[in-house]
Design a protein around this ligand. Structure first.
Ligand code: NAP
Length: 338
């Protein structure tokens, strides 16, 4: 089979499509013939050498796929063969075939294309954990979604709308029209102006109940300042570190040095909460994640979960796909197809 290999740390020249032996499922596993594989910001950071959870290189990235079950292990019901599924993969998803534990796969909603289905797991599970599970967003509360035009951002918008929250989002100006059409109440251009005074003006100086921040470093301090009483800050990424080579390492160091510390007493007196999320550190909790995924797939049926695929690239175009994300061109999801 063919797979996309990140052969080392560097620019897109380190990405190669290589042949390897077909995988064989272990007892509790299935092998999926991949029809589409999600590309995530983590894949870019891994290539740049800025992602601590990356497998050792050379490696095959890919956290999520959709496809058709090709074979099953001895402990899995053979009726699974031929089923269309969507699955979480602990790497190796960007390949023609991938093996995963059977309990990490779910029936693909019939109403979705394979490309749309591959865009669900990482973006929507992350958004669900941030908004529903840890952020506990309630109707009529307000939420600020940073990078609202990205994959996680659009997923968060779907869920926040369903909850009935007032939505604020930061994004490049070119993405505002699309976001407003998707239902974002207030789009803020954070690249040509300071977003905090704009948000404070829009909220009559009160701030918001929840901020989702994947930027990292000093941005977490600023997002904390945007919280209203009973507000929560969810931290889940370090996008601002992204760069290839020495600049990336320098950016990451800056992020670490500028990361704020939160003391319990001000949290207590200001009625605020802070939390972090790393979906990639929940592999030991498959039951929990399965419950969230079932809710999300129900949302697909009810049409309030609307995975949006911006562009599809073939495996051979993986370098272009990386650049598309790195250069912030995407709105929503980018997927790879064999
Ligand atoms: N912790 C977790 O479990 C988890 C799970 C999934 C994702 N994440 C993190 O969440 C963040 C967003 O992921 P995603 O998949 O939604 O990404 P995405 O679809 O690539 O969207 C990222 C968006 O972020 C903005 N951005 C801000 N700083 C950037 C930079 N330095 N370089 C490029 N883009 C930048 C861009 O939007 P504008 O044009 O509006 O600036 C870009 O389109 C990433 O940091 C990712 O690592 C974390």
């Amino acid at each position: 089979m063919r797979q996309v290999v990140t052969t080392g740390t560097g620019g897109i020249e380190v990405l190669q499509v290589q042949e390897t032996a077909d995988p064989v499922p272990a007892e509790d596993e299935i092998v999926i013939r991949v029809r589409a594989a999600g590309l995530n910001f983590a894949d870019i950071l891994a290539r740049q050498g800025l992602y601590p959870d990356s497998p050792k290189k050379p490696c095959v990235m890919g956290y999520e796929v959709s496809g058709v079950v090709d074979s099953v292990g001895s402990g899995v019901n053979s009726a699974f063969v031929g089923r269309a599924v969507v699955a979480l993969t602990r790497f190796s998803g960007q390949a023609e075939l991938v093996r995963v534990r059977a309990n990490q796969s779910f029936d693909k909603p019939e109403t979705l294309t394979f490309e749309q289905a591959a865009g669900i797991p990482v973006n929507y599970l992350t958004a669900y954990a941030l908004l529903v599970v840890m952020g506990s967003l309630h109707e009529a509360e307000s939420v600020l979604i940073h990078n609202a035009g990205g994959g996680v951002g659009l997923a968060a918008l779907d869920i926040a709308k369903k909850i009935g929250a007032v939505t604020y989002g930061t994004a490049s100006r070119s993405k505002h029209k699309f976001l407003q059409e998707r239902g974002l109440d207030h789009a803020i251009d954070y690249r040509s102006q300071d977003w905090l005074p704009v948000l404070m003006k829009l909220t009559d100086g009160r701030g918001v109940e929840l901020v989702l921040d994947p930027l990292g470093g000093k941005h977490w301090k600023k997002s904390y300042a945007a919280l209203r009483h009973t507000g929560r800050l969810g931290m889940f990424g370090v996008s601002t570190a992204s760069a290839t080579g020495f600049k990336g390492k320098l950016n990451l160091l800056k992020v670490v040095l500028q990361t704020p510390r939160f003391h319990p007493l001000p949290l207590l007196n200001q009625n605020r909460g802070v939390f972090g999320l790393n979906l990639g550190h929940l592999w030991h909790e498959p039951e929990k994640v399965a419950v969230w995924m079932r809710d999300i797939l129900r949302g697909v049926q009810e049409e309030w979960i609307r995975p949006y695929v911006d562009r599809t690239f073939s495996f051979d175009e993986v370098g272009e796909a990386h650049l598309y994300l790195e250069q912030r061109k995407n709105i929503g999801k980018v997927v790879l197809v064999p």
